[in-house]
Ligand binder design. Structure first.
Ligand code: NAP
Length: 474
């Protein structure tokens, strides 16, 4: 470990978080780098860190403490070091493994596409995790926001996020279009219009499987009921459809005894209900109209049914499948209506990049929106917790912005570190404060009879409400 990063000494008395065999080793005094963030990030961080420290103190009475360590990115780094993202910032996050950050300005005028993207790519933080749940009293546009308790695992490195695209009118775009039209699409009906911009959407086995693996591990460890693969595979067969296929493959190959796919559950359940059912009868139940299908398709379904019996009837039959983690899939457009009308049927969503981007905001909108939407970017051995909103510059340094998203990102971080008592305490304090209708401007304008409070006051109330919480300290 270096003695300092960006000329700032590493906090004395703090310890490094370790990582081996897929597990983090967390000392009682972990050094956690933080990036305060630009614009409203400053107000938000000041409020959030007070809440974090108060929760840890109340939960562990001095036995545990976070050694916060400021590292620089964004405007502050540009002003201090003439560099939007100094190497030392990345080195410190790599050294200490778990960090938290406020929103960062996206530098205009080239160089870095986005600081957030740069950090994710450098540390290969391949899963963007967004939990979306309801806190009582939060203003919501839907009748039953309390039905929402979904954690979204969004692939973070490929799909459109890879940013491989060529601008319309450039020589490169023309070259690629010519190659596609004259070579790859030669002789077919499809051609790319000559005045197109072109983007590439790569989705790989590696990217898909490591993301789905992380989502399933989380679901198993936290007792969640299902993992849903969200895709547009009916149209984009070799990218989104492949995501679905590889997701199921991963689930059934690596977690065989602990999971059941939705189709397997139908097959096993049909047999449980009627032990005399033949393979053919069972196949007709899971594929209505099978008698009108081609012989080849029919045989494939018979083979699937037989395969399920051979592989899992012993472990999953007689109702045992009901105790397994359900793996299912939904087409991306349908999941948007499902999360509005039947949110409680979903628990963990695993998605390629673009679907995840849309669906996480659509879910968050039902339970309070950007102001309290937390997130994390996680890889193997590294994690950065962060607000999902931007810097909201028009509210900077006015002490008015909602700090909820960074506060709840801290809750995620404490759970990630295994400090659940501190996490529970903060959630309890935040929920009480919202129920008491002491809220920042964004909630106040949507609630009747609410008191508008400053960013700093919102933190004060959370801390006061934590006091009242009945929690068992370790
Ligand atoms: P933004 O900062 O997210 O703000 C857009 C609007 O969202 C705000 O005007 C406000 O709406 C609402 N909002 C955002 N954060 C809020 C909070 N904590 N509490 C309450 N309301 C909140 O989006 P932007 O103005 O498009 O982007 C500004 C800068 O942030 C850009 O440089 C962008 O690149 C960057 N950015 C950074 C990140 C990141 O660091 N993760 C993410 C996105 C954007 P009302 O005015 O209606 O109240």
């Amino acid at each position: 470990m270096a003695a300092s990063y960006n000329d700032v000494p590493v906090p004395a008395g703090g310890g490094s978080i370790g990582y081996s065999n897929g597990r983090y080793q967390v000392p009682d005094n972990p050094i956690v780098p933080f990036i305060e963030g630009d614009g409203t990030g400053r107000d938000i961080w000041k409020a959030s860190v007070r809440v974090f420290d108060a929760a840890v103190e109340k939960a562990y009475k001095g036995k545990r403490r976070v050694a916060w360590y400021e590292v620089f990115a964004g405007e502050k780094a540009k002003a201090k070091f003439n560099n939007w993202l100094p190497d030392d910032t990345v080195n410190a996050v790599r050294e200490f493994r778990v960090a938290i950050k406020g929103p960062l300005t996206t530098p205009v005028g080239g160089g870095i596409r986005s600081l957030n993207v740069a950090l994710r790519q450098i540390l290969d933080l391949y899963a963007c995790i967004r939990p979306v749940k309801y806190y009582k009293g939060t203003p919501s546009p839907v009748k039953h926001p309390e039905r929402m308790d979904i954690v979204i695992y969004r692939e973070n490195t490929e799909d459109v996020y890879a940013g491989i695209e060529w601008e319309q009118g450039t020589a490169d775009a023309a070259r690629l279009i010519e190659f596609l039209n004259k070579d790859m699409l030669k002789g077919g009906k499809k051609q790319v219009r000559l005045d197109s911009g072109v983007g590439i959407k790569p989705i790989s086995v590696t990217g898909t499987k490591r993301l789905v693996r992380m989502a399933i591990k989380f679901a198993l460890e936290s007792g969640r009921k299902s993992v849903t693969l969200v895709h547009k595979g009916n149209i984009q067969k070799f990218t989104e459809g492949a995501f679905r296929k590889w997701g199921y493959e991963l689930a059934t190959e690596e977690f065989r005894d602990r999971v059941v796919t939705e189709r397997e559950s139908w097959i096993v359940d049909n047999k449980d209900k009627n032990p005399n059912l033949t393979i053919e009868q069972n196949a007709n139940l899971i594929e209505p109209g099978l008698e009108f299908a081609t012989e080849e398709f029919r045989q494939a379904i018979y083979k699937e049914v037989k395969g399920v019996f051979d592989k899992i009837h012993r472990t999953h039959g007689k109702g045992a499948w009901k105790k397994k983690l359900m793996i299912n899939d939904r087409i991306a457009d349908s999941i948007f209506q499902q999360v509005v009308t039947r949110a409680d049927e979903y628990s963990v969503l695993a998605t390629p990049n673009l679907n995840g981007d849309y669906i996480s905001d659509a879910c968050a909108a039902q339970v309070g929106g950007l102001g309290i939407a937390p997130g994390a970017n996680v890889g193997d051995g590294y994690a950065i917790f962060e607000a999902t909103h931007g810097t909201a510059p028009k509210y900077a340094d006015k002490d008015v912005i909602n700090p909820g998203s960074v506060i709840l990102s801290g809750v995620m971080m404490f759970r990630f570190l295994g400090w659940t008592e501190a996490a529970d305490m903060i959630e309890h304090g935040l929920e009480c404060t919202i129920e008491q209708k002491k809220v920042t401007y964004d909630f106040e304008r949507l609630m009747e009879g609410a008191t508008k409070v400053k960013t700093s006051e919102f933190a004060d109330y959370i801390i006061q409400n934590m006091q009242a919480a009945v929690m068992t300290a370790v």
